[in-house]
Design a protein around this ligand. Structure first.
Ligand code: UD1
Length: 360
């Protein structure tokens, strides 16, 4: 019998946390599975890419498309062309894509046009908000992928509602949580004043285009957050997208900004914080697992289980819902207990054993 040949795709920071446990599960498996790793180069900075490969012990990619930044069309087009070339040269039995970034959608499209099977990890989650580029990426990817690895039953329902067949859907859990579980005993202290790390501090992250691309909204949001949480130091690792828009901003006195952190440092920071304010998708999941209250500055979430079963609530920075969320935090009403089925650190193994069953 021949080995099962996989092509695993990663392009941007949150993808790296999702592929690591799949790769390690393949490496630790007795099944005859080989893989090639393709980095699209959507994220290329050391801070957003290489450091994550190092921290998470991900092997060097076999191919790097080096697509870099650009408009959505430019980035998607370059990935389509580059990934098609690799697939024509080195066709696998299955392409594995993760998450919802431009690389996820572009590689799915290129592979499917060549009749190569695609499995989507983190399939089926939906914000139903088509102003988010990620929602379009999720919908396109799920409309043509062959196998769906899902994080919750809610995602299964979304997939069924859009016509997926039961035998294509596998509820396996969350690979991002595998990475968290596997690294909890390896965390590293970030380079921040010890006094802050020993105090009750809040972590802030913002990078969604809808929150950061307009300077006035971004500046007002940061001022509002800092004034409502004036008794706390707020630690804000700044994503390059946000940094581009913050050049002329005078920082409030209780705000400390840092460059993007390494994975092991960022989780250290999260774990010791009393509250997280964010617009990230993955951080809603990580704070739920770590049982830290999280206020997500969005009108919707594709991860509703973090609200119903985790520690997350949604708030709009431009209306009273933010004040209400802060009140709940101040009066200890935000949830700090969580339990989400299958988020147990074994998702990578379940994915590898499912792939082995499908191809044998
Ligand atoms: C992308 C993903 C988003 C994910 C986020 C995590 C899409 C549509 N968006 O958004 O889902 O949550 O990554 O970070 O795929 N830049 C750098 N260095 C880099 C990469 C980017 O400085 O290594 C700069 C770019 O020049 C650009 C900005 O960051 O100004 C945005 O980068 P881009 O990859 O286009 O989108 P993200 O906002 O990072």
């Amino acid at each position: 019998m021949q080995s099962i040949k996989l092509a695993i795709v990663a392009g941007a920071r949150p993808n790296f946390m999702k592929i690591a446990p799949i790769i390690h599960a393949i490496q630790n498996s007795s099944k005859d599975i080989v893989f090639k790793l393709i980095h699209t180069g959507q994220h290329y900075d050391k801070l957003l890419s290489d450091n994550f490969f190092e921290d998470l012990n991900i092997p060097e990619p076999d191919y790097n498309l080096n697509v870099g930044s650009g408009s959505h069309a430019e980035q998607t087009a370059e990935i389509l062309v580059g990934f098609e070339r690799i697939m024509l040269d080195d066709a696998p039995d299955l392409v594995i894509v993760v998450g919802d970034v431009n690389s996820t959608m572009a590689c799915t499209l290129a592979a499917k046009k060549l009749n190569i099977k695609v499995a989507h990890v983190e399939a089926g989650i939906r914000s139903f908000d088509l102003t988010m580029p990620e929602e379009i990426n999720r919908m396109v990817t799920d409309s043509i992928a062959d196998y769906y690895f899902t994080t919750t039953e809610i995602a299964n329902v979304n997939l069924r509602n859009s016509g997926a067949k039961e035998q294509q859907i596998f509820l396996v859990g969350n690979t991002m949580i595998d990475t968290l579980v596997n690294n909890l005993n390896k965390l590293k202290k970030p380079v921040i004043d010890n006094k802050i790390l020993d105090s009750q501090y809040v972590v802030l992250t913002l990078h969604r285009p809808s929150n950061v691309d307009a300077y006035d909204k971004l500046a007002q949001s940061i001022r509002r957050i800092c004034s409502k949480l004036q008794d706390y130091t707020i630690v804000f690792p700044v994503h390059p997208r946000t940094a581009n828009h913050l050049k002329d901003f005078t920082l409030p006195s209780n705000l400390i900004t840092t460059p993007p952190m390494r994975y092991l440092e960022f989780i250290y920071l999260l774990r010791k914080s009393v509250l997280v304010v964010t617009d990230s998708g993955g951080i809603q999941e990580e704070t739920s697992y770590l049982e830290i209250p999280c206020i997500t500055l969005r009108k919707n979430t594709e991860r509703p289980e973090t609200i119903t079963m985790g520690t997350n609530i949604l708030a709009d920075i431009e209306d009273d819902s933010f004040d209400e969320a802060i009140n709940q935090f101040n009066t200890g009403q935000l949830k700090s207990k969580s339990s989400i089925p299958y988020w147990d650190g074994r998702t990578g193994e379940r994915i590898v054993s499912t792939i082995s069953n499908i191809f044998n």
